[in-house]
Ligand binder design. Structure first.
Ligand SMILES: O=c1ccn([C@H]2C[C@H](O)[C@@H](COP(=O)(O)OP(=O)(O)OP(=O)(O)O)O2)c(=O)[nH]1
Ligand SMILES: [Mg+2]
Length: 153
């Protein structure tokens, strides 16, 4: 299922020895991101707290694509741990380390060991549009209806 789009990955010193972010199955949408916390010095997130976890990599995302950092459902279900800013946006021109902003909505301290898969990243196409100010929006059947406006008799 691999496309011909290439994602560059630059390993940072604290990413030495970590597995590359990777698709875990042939049809996986996202590649799992691992925590590049120091060996033997796990990161802890208290209930209700948040933390920015390093991945140990700079990604070079091709132009016209973005990275979306999303939670792993297993962590959310078992521990109440999710990405606070989901989906996190990784811009194609970002050259810093990709980091994962986690929040612990569970009732127990969450411990992140080095190499733990903490989130997943989807590479998706984006369109940058031109913006044009107008005096009136074109008429439609929906009009200004929203927030549950459809299906009412
Ligand atoms: O979960 C995330 C979200 C963002 N970033 C990095 C990559 C992204 O390109 C940059 C900026 O993210 P965003 O635009 O969401 O943050 P901002 O608050 O708007 O900051 P900026 O003013 O730097 O754009 O931060 C991450 O590493 N992880
Ligand atoms: Mg921004």
């Amino acid at each position: 299922m691999t496309s011909n789009v290439t994602l560059g990955m630059v390993r940072l010193p604290h990413g030495e020895g970590l597995a590359l972010p990777a698709y875990e199955t042939a049809g996986a949408a996202g590649m799992d991101l691992r925590a590049a916390v120091p060996e033997g010095e796990p990161m802890t997130i208290a209930p209700g707290a948040r933390a920015l976890a390093p991945t140990g990599f700079v990604f070079e995302i091709p132009a016209s694509y973005e990275g979306q950092v999303r939670p792993r459902s297993g962590l959310a279900l078992k521990h109440g741990v999710t990405c606070l800013n989901t989906p996190g946006t990784i811009d194609s021109d970002y050259r810093g380390e990709v980091k994962v902003l986690l929040v612990n909505l569970g009732s127990e301290v969450f411990v992140i060991e080095r190499g733990m898969r903490i989130a997943q990243m989807i590479i998706a196409p984006v369109t940058q549009v031109s913006v044009e100010e107008r005096s009136l929006a074109g008429a439609t059947e929906r009009g200004a209806g929203g927030f549950g406006s459809t299906g009412r008799s």
